[in-house]
Write a protein that binds this ligand. Structure first.
Ligand SMILES: Cc1ncc(C[n+]2csc(CCOP(=O)(O)OP(=O)(O)O)c2C)c(N)n1
Ligand code: SF4
Length: 267
């Protein structure tokens, strides 16, 4: 049986996550992926910003850094540049990464910096009580959108591809096994990789939007997350409200560390 205990900071438990939060599934997949890759705990760094998602590194027994809201990518960039041998993984919520940290996200993609980023996209600001985020779908309710969201949502994966990330994948909390596999791929990628995880927040999002139970959100993810190849064969009517999952973009191109080493004569 898999031994999760050796990766947990038991003194930090119990965790803050609500019953039914999708983040437990992500935490488990992340531990399993890192274990499968054989990464040394002392050479692994988890970096996050602020939010429910960003609490994950606090519970994990690696080198961890809980930074300021939206700023985990620059902190992680500094760590990686100072010691490129370290395995550095960045993570955070959709608000952390695409609102206050949105500028850091697009520039990390543009640089193709050697980091994997896992975005926990629950379509809401969970920690602060359910305000809308840049990924709240139009018409959906939030504490700051009591009549329904009136702004268009970002597609985080499409944004990352357009900004230059060389590996982009998307999965849901329902597809837990696939999540683990995609993490392994993203974590080993040379350059900047983005793994967008569509996940549930029954407290901040689900109960205002007709999905009060965790199972309602998982069922929605199962029905709307469509494997990329199948999605591409669907008509635009069939695609309505659905999204593709799997590896969406995988490109071999010079990473920031390679370009930098070459420029300063180290490579
Ligand atoms: C500079 C700053 N502004 C606002 C906040 C308040 N704040 C804390 S968490 C959060 C939203 C987090 O949402 P998200 O990143 O989607 O993560 P979730 O809680 O849903 O996992 C906000 C606005 C803060 N901590 N710092
Ligand atoms: S508020 Fe939402 S994201 Fe935060 S712990 Fe609860 S269910 Fe999870």
């Amino acid at each position: 049986m898999f031994n999760y205990d050796r990766y947990l900071r038991k003194g930090k438990l119990p965790h803050i996550w609500c019953p039914g939060c999708g983040y437990g599934i992500i935490f488990k997949a992340m531990i399993r992926a890192i274990d499968a890759l054989g990464w040394d705990k002392n050479e692994t760094v988890l970096a996050s910003g602020i939010g429910c998602a960003s609490r994950l590194p606090g519970y994990a027994d690696f080198n961890t850094i809980h930074t300021t809201h939206g700023r985990s990518i620059p902190f992680a960039t500094g760590i990686k540049l100072a010691n490129p041998k370290l395995k550095v993984v960045v993570m955070g919520g959709d608000g952390d990464m695409s609102a206050i940290g949105g500028n850091h996200l697009i520039h990390a993609c543009r640089r193709n910096i050697d980091l994997p980023l896992v975005i926990f996209n629950n379509n809401i600001y969970g920690m602060t009580g359910g305000q809308f985020s840049p990924t709240t779908p139009i018409g959906k309710k939030a504490t700051t959108a009591p009549y329904g969201m009136t702004e268009n949502a970002f597609d985080i994966s499409a944004l990352s591809i357009a900004a230059g990330a060389s590996f982009v994948a998307r999965v849901t909390s329902f597809h837990a096994k696939q999540m683990e596999e995609l993490m392994k791929q993203a974590f080993q990628h040379k350059g900047f990789s983005v793994l967008e995880i569509i996940t549930g927040c029954p407290t901040g999002y689900g109960r205002r939007n007709g999905q009060p139970e965790a199972a309602d959100q998982l069922e929605w993810q199962r029905a709307h997350g469509i494997p990329k190849l199948r999605y591409e064969k669907m008509s635009s009517e069939e695609r309505e409200g659905k999204f593709s999952i799997g590896v969406l973009h995988d490109e071999e191109k010079p990473s920031y560390l390679e370009t930098y080493d070459k420029a300063v004569g180290l490579a």
